[in-house]
Design a protein around this ligand. Structure first.
Ligand code: HEM
Length: 467
């Protein structure tokens, strides 16, 4: 299910391409819907955090981070686009006989879609590597309807009957498993890092439940509240550093996206590994974080190659040694960082304290902890930073919204120290703006792929074909 194509579908969301900060606020005025349509709600038209048993566990944490950071910045600063006043580019980030079979005789042949895409996987892969798969998918849904065949063996759904069937638990049925290809790091062969254990993203049902249960202690309402002072200390550091940067770079622009990224990496580093990466302090990416950020785009090319045997062979045999060395170094460093954190007596609640407290015989192995901590770092940092950048860019483009929001923040808070997480959640306009910016600029705009067994294809297909 393509989250962005759904959120931008005019039929589901009238005026979908407009920035209407009051959209969700207005929907909540209906007493029956007063508790729905929140930033962290996962529902049919809001799937940016996924849905069902794999839905994002860090969303409440991300919400607090975003509100705090925006409130602090709006209290003290004005924003505008640098240079020509234009929004910077988005940062975000797959034989003739076979083609004839795929288009006319394949079990999915009855579903509509662009012919070349239904015949071969290549157009999908090219679009993925070019970074425009999300836009293409949205365009295909506009042209072909709510079920589109985007590759020989792949369907994309935007109709609201499908999301529950695909993502939610159905009594008497097993969950559709996640796509292993999309959730497992490509095998780099003998030169790559040693084989890794499963982690929260690619573990089987039973292991996933065990891992998720342990980590859930870190995301309980209580834990998030206890983590607030630490988050706040990094927001303070962000503000102090921005002040310094403004003085140092008199007259020249500062990339707020980079500073958002420094902040979220430091916060997740501290909560995940017991110490920050000092990106804020040093005003630059820590080498390890820089390596990670550098690997995001390469990871898309790596994923694209996994679709072809020759691509997989290339990954294992022909990738330059320098790239392999970086990946091995990165894996070793992660391992050392987590083991170092586990050796520390930490008296404050972080992501691992809940895991360690409850790690009995049904707990996690050291290797699983290392791998899941690594996932946590990737999942919890750039996602939040990109969301903040997206919201900021809509604010800069809509000066009337910015004026109203600044008024609300400055009217409510007089000094930095007045800003508390519990308080920022009470600002209706701030919350409305954040949610609408998130809808228009989600950091994970693509779908969350599920593998559907052959028998289930009949079920999925027959149920939605008639509309
Ligand atoms: C705006 C910020 C964020 C967005 C948009 C986001 C989005 C997502 C999405 C779409 C998924 C996959 C859902 C699926 O496969 O069905 C996910 C999973 C996950 N996220 Fe987030 N996330 C955000 C912030 C965070 C934060 C701050 C953390 C941790 C501190 C976090 C930790 C995780 C983890 C551990 C998973 C894997 C869950 C599982 O497989 O059970 N995320 N997130």
């Amino acid at each position: 299910m393509p989250a962005a194509a759904i959120a931008l579908d005019e039929k589901l969301m009238p005026g979908a391409h407009e920035f209407d900060p009051m959209r969700f606020y207005k929907q909540r005025q209906d007493p029956d819907e007063a508790n729905l349509h929140q930033f962290t709600t996962t529902e049919k038209n809001s799937l940016h955090f996924g849905y069902g048993k794999w839905a994002c566990p860090g969303r409440v944490f991300a919400m607090y981070e975003i509100k705090l950071i925006l409130a602090y910045l709006l209290l003290k600063y004005e924003f505008e686009f640098p240079g020509e006043g234009k929004r910077p580019e988005n940062l975000s980030a797959h034989e003739v006989g076979l083609g004839i079979y795929n288009v006319f005789f394949h079990p999915l042949a009855r579903f509509p879609g662009p012919k070349l895409w239904t015949a071969y996987r290549l157009p999908f892969v090219i679009s993925m590597v070019n970074g425009n798969l999300t836009h293409q998918t949205k365009h295909f849904h506009e042209k072909y309807g709510s079920i589109v065949r985007t590759a020989p063996d792949e369907l994309s759904f935007t109709n609201d009957a499908a999301w529950r069937d695909i993502h939610a638990y159905r009594a008497g049925h097993r969950n559709f498993p996640k796509s292993q290809l999309w959730n497992t790091i490509p095998n780099l062969g003998k030169r790559g890092p040693p084989k890794k254990p499963d982690h929260i993203l690619n573990a089987n049902d039973a292991d996933h439940s065990r891992i998720r249960k342990l980590f859930s202690h870190s995301f309980s309402e209580k834990a998030v509240t206890e983590q607030e002072p630490l988050v706040q200390s990094y927001v303070d550091l962000l503000i102090a550093q921005l002040r310094k940067q403004v003085e140092l770079n008199k007259g020249s622009a500062i990339s707020i996206s980079t500073w958002y990224s420094f902040t979220t990496f430091d916060i997740i580093g501290d909560l995940g590994f017991g110490e920050p990466f000092d990106c804020l302090k040093d005003a630059k990416y820590h080498a390890w974080v820089g390596m990670l950020v550098g690997q995001f785009k390469a990871a898309t090319v790596g994923l694209a190659m996994q679709y072809y045997p020759l691509g997989r062979w290339f990954m294992q045999n022909l990738i330059p040694q320098k790239i392999i060395d970086d990946v091995v170094k990165h894996a070793r460093f992660t391992d050392e960082k987590v083991r170092h954190r586990l050796s520390l007596e930490v008296d404050r609640p972080d992501f691992l304290s809940g895991v360690l407290r409850h790690n009995d015989e049904k707990g996690m192995t050291m290797e699983e902890i290392v791998e899941t901590s690594n996932i946590m770092l990737v999942a919890g940092s750039e996602t939040t930073a990109l969301t903040l950048s997206g919201i900021t860019s809509y604010l800069v483009k809509n000066s009337d919204v910015m004026i109203k929001l600044v008024e609300e923040v400055r009217h409510t808070f007089k000094t930095d120290s007045d800003i508390k997480p519990g308080q920022v959640s009470k600002l209706p306009y701030l919350n409305a703006v954040i949610q609408e910016g998130f809808r228009l600029c989600p950091p994970i705009p693509d779908g969350f792929r599920r593998e559907v067994r052959w028998a289930a294809i009949q079920f999925v297909g027959s149920g939605y074909q008639k509309e």
